[in-house]
Design a binder for this molecule. Structure first.
Ligand SMILES: Nc1ncnc2c1ncn2[C@@H]1O[C@H](COP(=O)(O)OP(=O)(O)O)[C@@H](O)[C@H]1O
Ligand SMILES: N[C@@H](CCC(=O)OP(=O)(O)O)C(=O)O
Length: 380
């Protein structure tokens, strides 16, 4: 490691140590025994580490898997089911059991918890996203530890997270966390699955985007977890691009990881911290249509902090309402930006190519505004 990287790492570690609001994600593989069933002792020792950070003043959100692991034994299955409908039913049985264990374990430290079950759909819709933010922030203000899992029982097949890694990065954006901690069954990120002889441990990642192609990150090897390292890297990429440091390590190192000690793999933030609203547009919103814009508009947008004016828009793709997320594409169809449209697709059709003066004269003052205002526009 170069001297520069060492000092960068020390600085990012100190950001983790000083983090006030943290999202901690724990995977199935860290909460289960060798048969894949929920392991009470592992859960209790994790809670011990989290409780001590909470007692020291950290505002923690726990994103936890384990509902299926907690439920399948009770239903008389020998192993985790693999068809989606039975997984969903099993999660519905297991989620209550999982929460009961967390409630009891945190109660030993006089800490209260609140359950939030969330679907991918809740994170893509602006209103649900805002509701989730309001509830999570209020729970934190009340000194409660929110315990989040995907709402497996209701998640639809097509837009399921499946693993909780991606979800944890979005939750970190929702609560404007200062750091994300990913706890799993391996002590760090390796250049390839650690079971392979040539695998080398990676302690610090200054630029997650740059290593994405250099690491062989596979799906879950234990067969207990779902996403494996690939989804953790994706979560780290979202968080780092949102301006947050990320620590990835083994669950029994949760205490030192939360304290900012030198454990696991540390990912440096690669951008300044954005507002929760802009991060939602960038990472969670799912546009159904958008604008195709000319070269001048692309240049203005890429120059930074510009709004998309009707004068630079050539055509409209798809149908959307005012306030909906939209893509902004260049003339070759490449994505340039994402934002919230100020107008619905029908209204915007009449505005294409007109400058502000023409808009006011021909369509009225209501139309003399940008198609996408810069406060609701993010480059991609
Ligand atoms: N490049 C890699 N570095 C570290 N671990 C890897 C890598 N590629 C695959 N893995 C595997 O990913 C597993 C963790 O993923 P998973 O089982 O889904 O955990 P969780 O339940 O915590 O989400 C590790 O056990 C490890 O074997
Ligand atoms: N929501 C599911 C989690 C699925 C899962 O295994 O996720 P992960 O451990 O993050 O790979 C559950 O609670 O069982």
């Amino acid at each position: 490691m170069t001297g520069r990287e060492e000092s960068d790492e020390a600085e990012v570690r100190s950001r983790v140590a000083q983090a006030r609001t943290m999202v901690v994600k724990v995977g199935t593989s860290s909460l289960t025994d060798s048969h894949g069933r929920l392991d009470q002792d592992r859960l209790r020792s994790l809670v011990g580490a989290l409780a001590s950070a909470a007692v020291d003043g950290a505002r923690l959100v726990l994103v936890t898997s384990g509902a299926i692991a907690a439920g399948f034994g009770t239903l008389g299955f020998d192993q985790r089911p693999d068809d989606v409908a039975t997984q969903q039913a099993t999660a519905s049985v297991g989620q209550g059991l999982l929460m009961a264990q967390y409630e009891a374990a945190f109660a030993r430290y006089a800490l209260r918890v609140g359950q939030i079950l969330i679907t991918a759909r809740d994170t893509t819709h602006a209103v649900q996203y805002r509701n989730a933010r309001r509830t999570l922030c209020r729970l934190l203000d009340l000194g409660v530890i929110p315990i989040v899992n995907e709402n497996d029982a209701l998640a639809s097949n097509e837009i399921r997270f499946g693993d909780n890694d991606h979800l944890s990065a979005l939750i970190a954006n929702i609560v404007s966390a200062d750091a994300l901690v990913l706890l799993t069954d391996v002590d760090a990120l390796y250049t390839e699955p650690p079971s392979r002889p040539g695998a080398r441990r990676i302690g610090f990642v200054p630029d997650v985007a740059a290593i994405m192609d250099q690491v062989d990150a596979q799906g879950s090897v234990s067969g207990l977890g779902t996403g494996g390292m690939a989804t953790k890297l994706e979560a780290a990429r979202i968080a780092a691009a949102s301006g947050m440091p990320v620590v990835l390590t083994r669950a029994d190192l949760a205490g030192p990881a939360l304290a900012g000690d030198q454990v696991g793999t540390l990912f440096a933030p690669i951008r300044p911290r954005g507002s929760s609203h802009r991060l939602w547009i960038k990472f969670a919103s799912r546009p159904r249509g958008g604008y195709l814009v000319d070269q001048g508009a692309v240049k203005a947008l890429r120059g930074g902090r510009a709004s998309l004016l009707a004068a630079g828009a050539r055509s409209i793709q798809g149908e959307f309402s005012a306030g909906d997320p939209v893509w902004i594409h260049d003339e070759s169809g490449h994505q340039v930006a994402k934002g919230l449209s100020g107008y619905d697709s029908e209204e915007a059709q009449d505005m294409l190519g007109l400058n502000t003066k023409e808009l006011r004269r021909r369509l009225g003052a209501h139309y003399a505004h940008p198609l996408v205002h810069r406060d609701s526009l993010v480059l991609v």
